[in-house]
Design a protein around this ligand. Structure first.
Ligand code: ZN
Length: 183
């Protein structure tokens, strides 16, 4: 599978604090079934799965904007049980929006010869967008799973999707379309 072997699915911030806790996003619950199906397909097709998750320390810049959330070592910073990582998956803790900022993300992806990031999770216009932008700057292709990303509002979602498509050249695919490509 020459195409799928170069993909990696990135699951961004599907954490307790963002689904049910400090920064609860009502809309995010809707994308869980699609991500579950996508991860099942990825694991059986040999597509790497990378969880990127906020793991904040008290002096992180972002807390000035959002207040305390996903503090390192707390239950709020854990991936929701419905999407719990499995053996063989990868985890990249991060301290701001981009999964590439001061993390081992780039090295991890290059070690697996990944060329295309499949973006899922929240929020489309914040961590999704900043992670996709940093991936773009580093030469990666981007696929956005349109039913696997979410944001606080429909406007936030639209802004994030449009920016990734028009400015970062991302392909927009549904879960079903992507699963078909991996078959
Ligand atoms: Zn954060």
């Amino acid at each position: 599978m020459p195409v799928s072997s170069k993909h990696a699915v990135v699951v961004i911030d599907m954490l307790n604090d963002f689904l049910t806790g400090e920064l609860k996003c009502e809309r995010a619950a809707r994308i869980v079934p699609a991500i579950q199906r996508l991860l099942k397909g990825a694991r059986s097709a040999g597509v790497p799965v990378v969880y990127t998750r906020d793991a904040h320390l008290p002096d992180d810049c972002e807390l000035r904007v959002w207040g305390e959330h996903a503090m390192v070592g707390t239950p709020g910073a854990e991936v929701i049980p419905e999407l719990a990582p499995e053996d063989g998956d990868h985890e990249i803790p991060k301290r701001t929006y981009s999964a590439f900022h001061d993390t081992g993300m780039d090295q991890l992806l290059r070690s697996m010869d990944v060329e295309t990031l499949v973006v899922t999770g929240i929020h489309t216009h914040i961590c999704g967008l900043h992670t996709a932008a940093d991936a773009f700057f580093r030469g990666y292709q981007i696929i956005v799973v349109t039913d696997g990303v979410s944001a606080f509002t429909a406007e936030d979602q639209k802004y994030g999707l449009e920016h990734m498509e028009k400015v970062l050249g991302a392909r927009m695919l549904s879960t079903d379309e992507l699963l078909a490509e991996w078959e």
